[in-house]
Design a protein around this ligand. Structure first.
Ligand code: ATP
Ligand code: ZN
Length: 294
């Protein structure tokens, strides 16, 4: 009652003041840079919608959201969507809610399947800087993959290799009790095709990939945790604080959070990945880079 009301008065009513406190406490150097960041969230299901909400509440500058699906009652065991959203596209429902939560965020919604020929081109075009004649420069700081199938991840991998775009992948296991996030920097870390995903996931995450005809389990807890891990990594990456692990797993049965490095493979099946690896090596061995290290 009274004590709560009194302590509440100590806190500025501006929602950003709690975020700016991160700066006062020395965690982040210049929190306001978040206003200049653009993040693409591909898939606004159990993980993506929560990740988009977190970024919206953090005050990100621009959010691009992608999904082809509609909200169904079956989605109500996850966070974010509400029964009144049923029948709306996930992108429209998400845009409406996110805009209400924080009108300062510019939200672009793309209702599309990114894996079709047309979808691939539209997805790539939406990430491009409008005034770049070569059509090769991305306007996005980070792409977050929150899809639930192999084909969509391969599409994101390919577009990000083409645009030299850093991205983060996320996944929740079919049995709903494990998950992971992974950082992918073209040429620098493994791409999604460098290591077969089942090998990457061995032991903790064998069944991350959706199988046809199997009714996957899902828990709002695991999805919320993975979304939190993903956005925490995104904030650390974009605002340069802490360490961003190349891979962070979550095994809820054992309360185990393994991390690992995943190096790119010289034998990757994706030729563009091999090209990016060569470019990265040339950069690392350039006179400037060698001088900087000396
Ligand atoms: P379920 O399929 O179990 O009912 P879901 O479809 O909500 O759940 P999630 O794992 O919660 O699955 O979220 C993944 C999201 O990614 C979904 O909203 C799905 O529509 C979206 N998605 C998957 N593939 C594509 C694609 N190729 N293009 C656009 N969105 C995609
Ligand atoms: Zn590769």
């Amino acid at each position: 009652g009274k004590i709560a009301a009194m302590s509440a008065e100590v806190v500025d009513s501006n929602p950003y003041s709690r975020l700016m406190a991160l700066q006062r406490m020395g965690i982040v150097k210049d929190y306001e840079r978040i206003r200049d960041k653009t993040v693409a969230v591909v898939g606004v299901g159990g993980v993506g919608s929560v990740a988009a909400e977190m970024l919206t509440r953090c005050g990100v500058g621009r959010l691009l959201i992608y999904d082809y699906d509609k909200v169904e009652l079956a989605n109500m065991n996850r966070l974010f969507f509400r029964p009144e959203h049923c029948g709306m596209t996930k992108t429209d429902a998400a845009k409406k809610t996110l805009q209400e939560i924080n009108p300062d965020v510019e939200i672009e919604s793309y209702t599309m399947n990114i894996t079709t020929l047309q979808g691939f081109d539209a997805f790539k075009a939406s990430l491009l800087q409008p005034d770049d004649p070569a059509g090769a420069a991305s306007r996005v700081d980070l792409v977050l993959s929150c899809v639930d199938n192999y084909e969509a991840r391969i599409t994101i991998n390919q577009v990000c290799l083409e645009l030299q775009q850093t991205w983060m992948e996320s996944g929740v296991s079919e049995d709903a009790v494990a998950g992971h996030i992974q950082l992918l920097v073209p040429g620098e870390t493994a791409c999604f095709q460098c290591v077969p995903p089942l090998v990457v996931a061995s032991g903790i995450d064998e069944r991350t990939l959706k199988r046809e005809g199997v009714c996957a389990a899902s828990l709002p807890t695991t999805m919320g945790i993975v979304a939190g891990m993903l956005v925490q990594a995104a904030l650390k990456y974009m605002l340069d604080f802490g360490t961003v692990s190349k891979y962070l797993g979550y095994n809820s049965l054992k309360d185990f959070f393994p991390t690992m490095e995943i190096k790119p493979s010289a034998a990757c099946v994706n030729g563009l990945c091999r090209q990016r690896q060569a470019e990265d090596e040339a950069r690392r061995n350039s006179p400037e880079a060698l001088a900087a290290r000396a």
